[in-house]
Structures are given as structure tokens and as C-alpha cells.
Ligand binder design. Structure first.
Ligand SMILES: Cc1cc2nc3c(=O)[nH]c(=O)nc-3n(C[C@H](O)[C@H](O)[C@H](O)COP(=O)(O)OP(=O)(O)OC[C@H]3O[C@@H](n4cnc5c(N)ncnc54)[C@H](O)[C@@H]3O)c2cc1C
Length: 337
């Protein structure tokens, strides 16, 4: 039975259109307009007869600059659950529960030229960044896009259209494994060598991303951003009511979107649960420490940081914590988002 004190997060969005992009990928267009930045993703709640729901993230393949409606593109994962359910079941008029856009993969501004690397469905955040950069700035963009074969290229026609429209500012190299095998470090170095001063963005299967990262490291490329696709295992849609402080509780002052909030932070609660239960619109997505959406800076006080994997050693040294993992260990704390 559903616990009436448990809140369900996110909102129900109606699907406007479903587009078959390739034999195993569909785009889902939502009948809404929402603010987001290029490279961000939505988290979808996918029904299941076995577990009631599973949560999965899908990057927005639409651009907030060029497209009216937000769109995600889902590629079937072999033996996967949610991707196949979405490809088989969603239709115009279907309704899905969705968390707000999240993620920090894309550029904060388009003042730099870009070099983008996509493998398979990893093209989704990449095409959003590409379209946004071309339309809203004068920056130049080079794209390396690896696929199994010509039939599996998602957005093939759209990329051709962009090449015609923004001639001189865009280079697209299609790499087809059926013709040239899997791209090696050397192949990737050869492509990237003309773009070492650009900011790099990489999204694709693990081995592809590792090869690109290694090639860019060899070339001394300074600004490299990666987006890793993985399935969530928890349920970020469910928010249990705030635990009444059973013992020690701290006070925390939180700065978010220019506003200050003063809150009680029970020792056993995570900061994100405290904020969401207080009705504060804090950024979050997986609530498992994996996506980094709720990263914030600890300005004063101390926390038990928890088990998250989203932050690098450098992030931790810079004072970042994950609001979905951290619990307080000092009496007073100050946090800034
Ligand atoms: C930031 C981010 C962005 C992403 N963007 C994209 C994107 O743009 N496009 C894209 O295609 N993918 C994207 N992904 C990957 C996507 O979130 C999923 O990981 C992917 O679709 C595979 O999910 P799946 O459920 O099909 O496969 P799996 O996760 O491999 O499915 C197997 C899992 O489902 C469970 N399961 C099996 N049957 C059931 C059942 N009946 N009920 C409940 N559970 C079951 C199994 O126990 C197992 O844990 C992104 C991931 C991240 C983190």
C-alpha cells in the first residue's frame, strides 16, 4: 500500500510525438516547454510490473536555442529493461513522470571553439551542444561521431543539414566501424590534433570514451568534459518525510539562486532531503551520489561526505560535497549551490 506521507517528485509530462530515428532508437518529444541548458538530461520514471517503476536518465537531444519542445532519444540496450520498454510502449498522448533537467556536462557559455566526440547514443547531449553553439555564437565545432554502420547513425540527416547551414564553422567526421573498425587512440589523435586548443566534450560507450580521453591527454588538451551513461539503481522520485531529529541536529545556512535559507539539519538526514522537504527547489537527480547534480560547496562546518562517486579528488579538495550524500558533523554549517 502507498504510504501517504511519502511524496512523489517530478511532474507528469505528455508525449507530443515519437520519432523512429533508427531501427533501435526513438526520440520522445514532450508537449511542454521547460528551461534547460545544452548537455542536460531528464530522469524518466518507467513503469515496471516487477518493481512498479525504475528511474533512468536520458540526455536532452533537443536544443533550448533551436527547438521549442524538449526531446530525449532512447536507444535499445540489449537485454535492458527501460530502454526497450520506452521504445515499445510510448506513443503520442502517453504520460511519463519526469524529474527537472539536471547535469553540468555542457559548456556554461559558447565563447570557445569546441571539439565533440560521440559514440552511438552518446550523440544525444552532443547534438544539443552542437546546435546550441552554432546557433547562438560564432564558435567553430568539430564532431567525431562513431557508429557501428551507416544505418545506426542517429540524426544523420540533421547533421548533414547543419553542415550545409553552418558551412565553414562545422566539421563532422563519421567513423563507421563496419568500414574502419573500432577507432584506435592513434585514429582519435589524428582527428583531434587540429583542435588541441578547443574545449572537448565526450559521450559514448566506456571503451570509446577511454580511448578519446587517452588521445586528448597525449595531445595535452586542457579542457575535457565527459558524460557517462549508466542506469540508476535507486528511486530518486520518492521523498520520505523529514525524519524528526532523534538526537543531534545542526543548523545550516544554504545559499541557492541568490537566496539564503536557514534550516535545521538532523544528523541522520541528507541535505537534499532536508531541502526538498522544506519545499526548496534544490538541484538533484539520481540521489545516489552518482550524477553530481546536487554538488555544492561547503563554506563552513564539517560533514560526513557519504559514498558518492560523482566528485573527483580535485572537487573534494575544492570543498565540493554532494547534497544527496552528506550528513552534518558540526553544529553550524554554511553551504552554497
Ligand atoms: C546522464 C545520463 C544520460 C543518459 N542519456 C541517454 C540517452 O540520451 N540515450 C540513451 O539511450 N541512454 C542514455 N542513458 C543511459 C540510460 O539511462 C540507461 O542506462 C539505458 O537506457 C539502459 O537502461 P535499461 O534499463 O534499458 O538497461 P539496463 O539498466 O541494463 O536494464 C537491466 C536492469 O533492469 C532491471 N530489470 C530488468 N527487468 C526489469 C523489470 N521488469 N522491472 C524492473 N527492473 C528490471 C535489471 O535488474 C537490471 O538492473 C543515459 C544515462 C545517464 C546517466
Amino acid at each position: 500500500m502507498t504510504d501517504p506521507t511519502v511524496r512523489t517528485l517530478g511532474s507528469e509530462l505528455t508525449i507530443l510525438d515519437v520519432v523512429q530515428e533508427t531501427a533501435d532508437a526513438v526520440s520522445i518529444v514532450f508537449d511542454t516547454q521547460i528551461p534547460y541548458t545544452p548537455g542536460q538530461f531528464l530522469t524518466l520514471r518507467v513503469p515496471s510490473e516487477r518493481t512498479e517503476f525504475v528511474a533512468r536518465c536520458y540526455s536532452l537531444a533537443s536544443s533550448p536555442v533551436t527547438d521549442i519542445h524538449p526531446k530525449v532519444t532512447v536507444k535499445r540496450t540489449r537485454d535492458g529493461y527501460a530502454s526497450n520498454w520506452l521504445c515499445d510502449n510510448v506513443k503520442p498522448g502517453s504520460v511519463l513522470r519526469v524529474l527537472p533537467p539536471s547535469g553540468t556536462f555542457g559548456p556554461a557559455s559558447f565563447e570557445h571553439d569546441l571539439v565533440l566526440f560521440a559514440g552511438g547514443s552518446g550523440v544525444t547531449p552532443v547534438i544539443s551542444i552542437l546546435k546550441s553553439a552554432l546557433e547562438s555564437s560564432d564558435s567553430r565545432v568539430a564532431v567525431f561521431y562513431a557508429n557501428r554502420d551507416r544505418e545506426s547513425i542517429i540524426f544523420d540527416a540533421e547533421l548533414t543539414g547543419l553542415q550545409e547551414r553552418y558551412r565553414g564553422r562545422i566539421v563532422v567526421e563519421h567513423w563507421l566501424e563496419s568500414e574502419r573498425g573500432i577507432p584506435t587512440d592513434d585514429d582519435l589523435r589524428q582527428f583531434a590534433t587540429a583542435y588541441t586548443n578547443r574545449h572537448a566534450y565526450i559521450c559514448g560507450p566506456g571503451p570509446f570514451m577511454a580511448a578519446v580521453e587517452s588521445a586528448l591527454q597525449d595531445l595535452g588538451v586542457g579542457h575535457v568534459h565527459v558524460e557517462r551513461f549508466a542506469s540508476l539503481t535507486g528511486d530518486p522520485f520518492t521523498l520520505a518525510p523529514a525524519a524528526a531529529p532523534s538526537g543531534r541536529a545542526s543548523t545550516v545556512s544554504v545559499e541557492l539562486d541568490g537566496e539564503q535559507h536557514s534550516l535545521t539539519w538532523p544528523a541522520e538526514s541528507t541535505l537534499i532531503d532536508v531541502l526538498l522537504n522544506a519545499g526548496i527547489d534544490a538541484p538533484y537527480s539520481c540521489r545516489e551520489g552518482e550524477c553530481g547534480s546536487c554538488a555544492c560547496t561547503l563554506k563552513s562546518g564539517t560533514v560526513e561526505p557519504g559514498d558518492g562517486t560523482a566528485l573527483t579528488e580535485n572537487d573534494l579538495d575544492d570543498g565540493y560535497i554532494l547534497a544527496c550524500q552528506a550528513t552534518p558533523t558540526s553544529e553550524h554549517l554554511e553551504v552554497e549551490f
